[in-house]
Design a protein around this ligand. Structure first.
Ligand code: EPU
Length: 417
């Protein structure tokens, strides 16, 4: 298993290009199941999760061609309605095939994703919404078995504004009979990107980006050609890296509007953040002021940036309170950061981080994607060498992360022991 070795202490300088968004690409590639014909997607990131979803789609009968960042998918041959355990367990987002399979084939058998290291992550709201649209759902032998005579538009209230739940229901509703209203819907840019893709395919979706989404069902959708939006979490991760190493980095090909909460907090730390079109220049300062954060659904501070921000607070001046309100177990990086000298106390869903002058390099490992990214960030600023194991988590969601850091001047390499 690969490891990443970082020699800390070098300020990052230069320009970095942000890849397409993982969490936008996953549902959009899956939305190809809703139509026969060739869909063409560009700016698709080269990630393990994207490979997993392509494997799942081809298992279902879709034809897939990949040429660099361009992926062509033709689901004209969609014939299988089962997403098996071995594929779903590798990537929870596989549950997103449930809505499209029901809409197109009127039946679906999808393995229950189960919990993951950051929380229990139930899918009850996906299932409740689909039942309200007329699906019969049973849980058998670890699988969701769903059938329908035809989905019907319905009023759905989500107890929590779940991102993939909103996406699953929105996709199912595009081909349902009548109007579906999803209330307390997720407002994340990735939900908006999916709705834009569906509307370009001929769907009638309104209100997306707000908390009530109305979807008027249509009888069929047509294929689409589109570009995946930039990955806001990758961009935010590089912003934190520039701040941490007191560097000067221009982050290109990003969407600053999607990063408002993170940019706001970074500016409060005293960091220079300059926005120009689709680029953000981050100029680190010697002293980093402590600020508190609380993760919230968009447009609040993203949970996917919490671990990275905690590293920044670990070397800030003073005390920071970090509250995680989205996932119940998203402090798994804390014990590893403490091994690197961070002063952090966790009580319930709040971490109290007292900035220390320096972190020290150490062998570390993490069991989730963003936690792994945070350990690389910690390694970039720590004194001495940090070895991050289990980097397959990182490869699920960051394209060539160590190469991009190396181009910015970091002493970082991947080794295959
Ligand atoms: N929840 C329920 N019931 C449901 C669905 C969700 O109780 O039916 C709860 C979850 O347990 C959690 C909260 O609602 O406590 C929010 O979860 P949500 O469903 O919004 O998360 P998700 O859709 O499973 C997506 C991203 C995550 C990101 C979260 C929050 C994708 C593929 N994944 O997950 O991304 O953290 O939204 O923004 O879009 C990552 O990229 O590292 C990642 C984990």
């Amino acid at each position: 298993m690969d490891k990443i070795i970082v020699e800390g202490g070098r300020p990052l300088k230069g320009e970095v290009k942000i890849a397409g968004s993982k969490n936008a690409a996953l549902p959009i590639l899956i939305s190809s199941l809703l139509t026969a014909g060739m869909n063409v997607y560009t700016n698709v990131p080269d990630l393990k999760d994207i490979q997993s979803i392509k494997l799942l789609l081809s298992t279902l009968g879709a034809g897939i061609e990949t040429d660099g960042g361009t992926v062509r998918i033709n689901a004209g041959g969609l014939c299988i309605h089962e997403a098996p355990y071995d594929l779903v367990r590798k990537m929870r987002a596989s549950i997103l095939v449930l809505g499209p399979l029901l809409a197109r084939l009127k039946k679906a058998r999808v393995s229950l994703p189960g919990g993951c290291s950051i929380g229990a992550r139930p899918i009850n709201l996906h299932l409740k919404g689909l039942s309200r649209m007329g699906a019969s759902i049973e849980l058998k032998h670890g699988y969701v078995e769903a059938t329908t005579d035809g989905l019907k538009g319905s009023e759905i209230y989500l107890d929590i504004p779940t991102v993939t739940g909103t996406e699953n229901l929105m996709m199912a509703a595009t081909l349902a009979e009548g109007v579906t209203k999803i209330r307390n819907a997720a407002c994340e840019p990735e939900v908006v990107a999916l709705a834009d893709a569906l509307n370009q395919m001929g769907a009638r979706i309104q209100g997306v980006g707000g908390t009530t989404i109305a979807i008027e069902g249509v009888s069929s959708l047509h294929p689409v050609s589109l570009r995946i939006i930039p990955d806001r979490i990758e961009a935010g991760t590089f912003m934190v890296a520039a701040a941490l190493t007191r560097g000067d980095v221009k982050i290109l090909n990003c969407e600053p509007d999607h990063l408002e909460a993170a940019i706001h907090k970074l500016r409060l730390t005293g960091l220079g953040v300059k926005i120009k079109g689709n680029s953000v220049r981050v100029q680190g300062q010697n002293s980093i002021a402590s600020v508190d954060i609380k993760t919230l659904p968009y447009p609040g501070f993203p949970t996917d940036m919490q671990a990275q921000f905690m590293v920044l607070m670990s070397v800030a001046d003073g005390l920071s309170m970090i509250s995680e309100t989205i996932f119940e177990n998203r402090f798994i990086h804390v014990s590893e950061l403490k091994r690197m000298g961070a002063d952090i106390i966790v009580s319930g869903n709040t971490a109290m981080v007292k900035g220390v002058p320096n972190l020290s390099g150490a062998p570390v490992m993490a069991t989730d994607l963003r936690a792994s990214a945070s350990l690389i960030l910690a390694g970039l600023v720590a004194h001495g060498q940090t070895t991050v194991s289990r980097v397959y988590h990182l490869d699920r969601g960051y394209e060539m992360m160590e190469k991009k850091f190396a181009q910015l001047g970091a002493a970082i390499k991947r080794v295959d022991p």
